[in-house]
Ligand binder design. Structure first.
Ligand SMILES: [Zn+2]
Length: 79
């Protein structure tokens, strides 16, 4: 799924399974669990395979059922 060269440096994009990752969608946010994302081993830039974004789209538009709903706390960062 990954293993290609980073677009931003000379690093290699390696697959990393994240317990949770938040994806923004035009209808809101979708959290995927145990999701294989690509992470550059040099600069840490994250890459999302098209199949992840496709899954986010399916869940956000109701084509695929989701496991549970969580409310996400939101706050402005101000000192
Ligand atoms: Zn990189």
């Amino acid at each position: 799924m990954y293993g290609y060269k980073c677009e931003y440096c000379d690093g290699t994009v390696r697959e990393k399974i994240l317990k949770q990752e938040v994806f923004k969608h035009r209808t809101g946010f979708v959290i995927l669990e145990n999701v294989p994302v690509g992470v550059c081993d040099e600069c840490g830039h994250r890459y999302y395979h098209a199949s992840l974004l496709h899954r986010v789209e399916e869940i956000a538009t109701g084509k695929k059922p989701y496991t549970r709903q969580e409310s996400v706390p939101v706050a402005a960062f101000a000192q």
